[in-house]
Design a protein around this ligand. Structure first.
Ligand SMILES: Nc1nc2c(ncn2[C@@H]2O[C@H](COP(=O)(O)OP(=O)(O)OP(=O)(O)O)[C@@H](O)[C@H]2O)c(=O)[nH]1
Length: 431
């Protein structure tokens, strides 16, 4: 049952110790039912805020690399401090309790917004939100000291919460990328519901006898506190879900990626290559594959050091990304200094053209590391899909062609098909 001020007035008007006889329609005596008034609800939301702050902080100790989580943890702590200040009304000055407490709530919302934007990799400048916080604090102070008005302050609180929640919802529903879409949609809907709830709350009337004390704002306002607590809980879970799906995406990405170059790793190349080749075979499209290996890479390591060798691998990756602008292509690091480039839809001539462009660009672009210029060349093998050939066999054929290039003097391009022709010709001649 939600208590209100009238109940309390009636209870005290009979004086302490004197019990009035119960009449029909009277509320049950205290202790016989749960009594949820605004002070109690403030305490509940404070306890929930503290639990959430501690829970999110302990999560952050494990997931300390997640910048967004750090922003949200700060936001939750700030809102908890804000609720403490608001809850201490009548015990501390109004400036601290009402003005600072409510301004901190807006700061917390702003930080949550910052986190949502960072989660979606959207830029968010501080200038406008900071101006909004200052204007909000000034307006709040006005309605505390100059023309005290609890109803307007409640309206302002509801409208700012509505504006923030609707903005989170818009960003999550509009900008959630395909890999994190599920959590963004769920969180977006939760935020949208919260926004609509705060919009509805803006129309809830305040008990006219409450004066300037929110604790006496009446049963309808107290009821919105209950929903507000549930809405807060739902948004904490929504944030958790956003973080969890992002982590899953990061883990999947890390499992597929080579840490040094950011290209696909060996197992991801095989998985991607099999799927891509199967698609091309189904549609009757050609498929070309390049395998290339850096020339005398050991010498680079020996002469300039292992770090310089790593930097050369990154330089080669940048060239690879620049040179190969083929639709749906995939590139990966197959081994130490061996790379693979899959070109779905490319025929032999196109595969050879890209291979030659790559070789030429590499040979003419020295890697500049610590003001030193390190020459880099590569030996390339090219193979194309044949009926019944599996992806691994295609890689093996391109690899053999690449070794042919090494054998022929490096810094060149060889064709697997040419090699088979050579083998066949040699076989024929021996017969
Ligand atoms: N810096 C660095 N070196 C690596 C990495 N992975 C493998 N290597 C080195 O790459 C070198 C490969 O040497 P080799 O297989 O002899 O080949 P190469 O010197 O390029 O000679 P050719 O292939 O015959 O032209 C070895 O010294 C490996 O230690 C890496 O991630 N970073």
């Amino acid at each position: 049952m939600l208590g209100d001020r009238r109940t309390r007035r009636r209870a005290t008007s009979h004086g302490q110790g004197q019990e009035r006889p119960r009449r029909p329609g009277d509320r049950p005596a205290q202790g016989s039912a749960m009594h949820l008034d605004i002070p109690t609800l403030t305490l509940v939301s404070l306890l929930m805020g503290i639990s959430a702050s501690i829970g999110f902080t302990s999560l952050m100790t494990v997931l300390h690399t997640q910048r967004v989580l750090r922003i949200w943890v700060t936001s939750i702590w700030i809102s908890t401090v804000a609720i403490i200040l608001i809850g201490l009304r009548n015990r501390i000055p109004d400036g601290l309790s009402i003005v600072l407490g409510n301004s901190l709530l807006v700061v917390a919302n702003m930080l949550t917004l910052k986190g949502v934007a960072a989660h979606l990799e959207l830029p968010l400048r501080w200038r406008w939100p900071s101006t909004f916080v200052l204007a909000y604090a000034a307006a709040f102070a006005w309605y505390v000291y100059v023309t005290p008005n609890l109803a307007i302050r409640l309206l302002m609180g509801s409208l700012q919460a509505m504006a923030f929640y609707l903005t989170y919802a818009y960003l999550l529903l509009r900008h959630g990328g395909p890999d994190i879409r599920t959590s963004c949609r769920i969180a977006g809907i939760v935020m949208l519901c919260n926004g609509l709830f705060y919009l509805a709350r803006a129309f809830i009337p305040v008990d006219p006898g409450s004066g300037q004390n929110i604790m006496l704002a009446g049963t309808p306002v107290a009821a919105t506190y209950v929903i507000g607590i549930l809405a807060g809980l739902a948004s904490y879970f929504a944030l958790l879900q956003l973080i969890t799906e992002r982590l899953m995406v990061d883990l999947r990405h890390a499992a597929r990626t080579d840490g040094l170059t950011g290209l696909l790793n060996r197992s991801a190349i095989v998985a991607e290559g099999r799927a891509s080749l199967a698609r091309c075979q189904q549609r009757g499209l050609p498929f070309a594959l390049l395998v290339f290996d850096l020339d005398h890479f050991k010498r680079i390591n020996d002469r300039w050091g292992h770090d310089a060798g790593d930097a050369v691998l990154q330089h080669v990756t940048a060239i690879l990304r620049e040179v190969t602008r083929w639709p749906d292509h995939f590139a990966g690091r197959y081994g130490g200094e061996e790379f693979v480039l899959g070109l779905p839809g490319a025929d032999l001539a196109q595969g050879l053209e890209i291979a030659e462009r790559l070789r030429h660009t590499l040979a003419h672009s020295h890697a500049r590391i610590d003001q030193q210029s390190i020459p880099v060349t590569a030996s390339i093998g090219v193979s194309t899909a044949q009926p019944g050939l599996r992806f691994e066999q295609l890689v093996r054929r391109a690899d053999e062609a690449m070794y042919r290039t090494k054998f022929d003097g490096r810094n060149g391009v060889s064709l697997a098909e040419e090699l088979s022709l050579r083998h066949a010709t040699a076989g024929d001649s021996r017969c």
